[in-house]
Design a protein around this ligand. Structure first.
Ligand code: ATP
Length: 292
């Protein structure tokens, strides 16, 4: 299979600090690869190395089979976190600028939401529309690879769903997509995930592979408030989902013991952890290696 991005053992340091350490990653046509990790994990830095905007200190990167600096820019669509739009230019002028840069003769019609503000400076339209415009511009030249850095951050749920429809359509048409996100609902839409913590790749695979080994103790009781308080007081990592307490990565026996100690009657079951719970457990075990 053609590989759009191939990164092998990439390390990027700023001074003595390694923002990315020994990261490897591939992106193939037609797949959506999600890059996850808490703030500062190194996602943006890795994207910038893959795009040739930062040079790797160690490791090997290829984009479309070439070093990033020589990669075919016409085959690449990039939406950076800051969107990369010219705030003082109008929507239409931004489009014309990108079309000229990529020699696009016939740009597709602007979506109606953008057409309605075509003559307004980008700085005056809302963030949702700005993101829509950044997407439109990134797709103008039909890229084979789409790199999206938190593309839906700060966007309302409906606009977010629309942007994800566009991402899926691109992948279905054969483009490879590499996307960073903090939203678990978005991560769950990716074909594969790569999870970073403190610069390193700490888990990878489909959502089901990543969550497969993590379990959560789930507490069912009428006395949900007392149950939560008892588990919290016992120092367990309890969260509330509605009126149900969940304790990820903790044996049900330990949870039951904490409830018994406070005399809270409850049924405790074990079930598969959610992706969010698994992410927290992965982050914890990468900070404090040892048995979970
Ligand atoms: N140019 C730079 N000089 C020094 N340190 C940097 C530079 N760029 C990034 N860093 C540091 O590298 C680390 C990784 O940053 P990066 O932006 O890649 O993380 P991230 O996973 O994308 O975070 P977020 O989810 O908040 O965007 C952070 O500690 C950041 O402060």
């Amino acid at each position: 299979m053609t590989t759009l991005v191939h990164a092998d053992g990439v390390t990027k340091r700023f001074g003595a600090f390694a923002a990315v350490e020994d990261m490897s990653l591939d992106v193939h046509p037609g797949e959506i690869v999600g890059l996850l990790g808490s703030n500062g994990a190194g996602k943006t830095t890795l994207l910038r190395v893959l795009l040739g905007l930062e040079a790797a200190d160690v490791g090997h990167v290829e984009v479309f089979g070439d070093p990033p600096a020589d990669a075919d820019r016409h085959a690449l669509g990039y939406v950076p976190q800051g969107l990369g739009l010219s705030q003082a230019l109008s929507v239409r002028q931004n489009v014309d600028f990108v079309a000229a840069a990529f020699s696009v003769r016939h740009a597709p019609a602007l979506p109606t939401t953008l057409a309605a503000v075509a003559d307004q400076p980008v700085g005056r339209i809302g963030l949702g529309r700005q993101r829509q415009l950044a997407f439109y511009c990134a797709l103008l030249h039909s890229p084979r690879l789409l790199v999206l850095d938190e593309p839906t951050s700060g966007v309302d749920p409906l606009a977010r769903a629309r942007l994800w429809d566009t991402i899926h359509a691109q992948a279905e048409a054969g483009a490879g997509v590499l996307v960073t996100t903090h939203y678990m609902q978005e991560a769950e839409q990716c074909d594969r995930l790569v999870i970073m913590s403190r610069g390193r790749g700490v888990a990878r695979g489909a959502v089901g592979d990543i969550t497969a080994t993590s379990r959560t103790a789930v507490v069912h009781t009428e006395e949900w408030s007392a149950a939560f308080a008892a588990l919290d007081e016992a120092g367990l990592p309890v969260t509330l989902a509605g009126r149900t307490s969940r304790v990820a990565g903790t044996a049900p026996e330990r949870v039951r013991a904490a409830l018994d100690a406070d005399g809270v009657p409850a049924d405790v079951e074990e079930e598969a952890a959610t992706l969010e719970e698994t992410m927290v457990l992965i982050e914890q075990s990468s900070r404090h290696p040892g048995p979970r």
